[in-house]
Ligand binder design. Structure first.
Ligand SMILES: C[S@@+](CC[C@H](N)C(=O)[O-])C[C@H]1O[C@@H](n2cnc3c(N)ncnc32)[C@H](O)[C@@H]1O
Length: 220
């Protein structure tokens, strides 16, 4: 699943036709509970699910699946050059690092020539709106151009959640500067069947502004 709109890879085929995934080495970056790796394994691919969070990987382990789980930083991938045919990331790692180019360069390094990276992030336009599912989430309240990160702190002032904003142009420049060709930029529309509300995502907002941006890139 690429985002809260509900677009899934079986329908989107952004990594290529599902029947071509068989036998492919695939890295899932910022895998969380490894939902994508689990689906890829069912298609006959050889996924590796990587996440910085040991806790998330414990969830992955509990849910199950016979593929490797790797606890590591996406900006320092513990793999040899050219280890993977494909890489994917659904809202993983990239929105949470101050310098996404460190991650993109690492992913490029571990991809084979012509390898594809598909990643989704919150659509950058959402930065300008309050993260509310109702009408209050429809009026611009902040500058789209303000790159100051969103930070939540605990009682001792330690950052416990940080999200970094990049404009659409920033993301395109990051991808290209790190040696990828941008093949497509997918902005899934909110489908009629999806009536769920989740955080700032809702049918109301989904029909008016995009919620997810999916970058389809190939190693140049
Ligand atoms: C919003 S969750 C997405 C999880 C999963 N891809 C999904 O679709 O549900 C973001 C994940 O990125 C991971 N993450 C954040 N920074 C990371 C980094 N530098 N390296 C690897 N993983 C990271 C987090 O631990 C978290 O599991």
């Amino acid at each position: 699943m690429w985002g809260p709109e509900g677009l899934d890879e079986a329908e989107a085929g952004l990594l290529g036709p599902p029947e071509d995934l068989r036998g492919k080495d695939v890295l899932e970056v910022g895998a969380g509970a490894a939902q994508c790796a689990r689906w890829l394994a069912r298609q006959g691919a050889w996924p590796v699910a990587l996440d910085l969070s040991h806790r998330q990987l414990q969830h992955a382990l509990r849910i199950g699946g016979s593929f490797p789980l790797v606890c590591a930083d996406a900006a320092a991938l513990p793999f040899r050059d050219g280890s993977f045919d494909l890489a994917c990331s659904a809202y993983g790692a990239l929105p949470f690092v101050a310098d996404p180019r460190l991650v993109l360069r690492e992913v490029r390094r571990v991809l084979r020539p012509g390898g594809r990276l598909v990643f989704s992030v919150t659509h950058p336009i959402r930065w300008a709106f309050p993260d509310e599912p109702g009408p209050e989430g429809l009026s611009v309240s902040a500058s789209y151009f303000d790159r100051t990160p969103y930070v939540e702190q605990d009682e001792e002032g330690r950052a416990v959640y940080v999200e970094h904003h990049r404009t659409l142009g920033d993301r395109v420049r990051d991808v290209v500067a790190c040696g990828f060709r941008l093949v497509d930029l997918v902005e899934p529309e909110w489908p009629e069947w999806n009536t769920s509300e989740w955080g700032g995502w809702s049918p109301l907002r989904g029909r008016l502004i995009p919620g997810t941006a999916i970058f389809v890139c190939e190693r140049d």
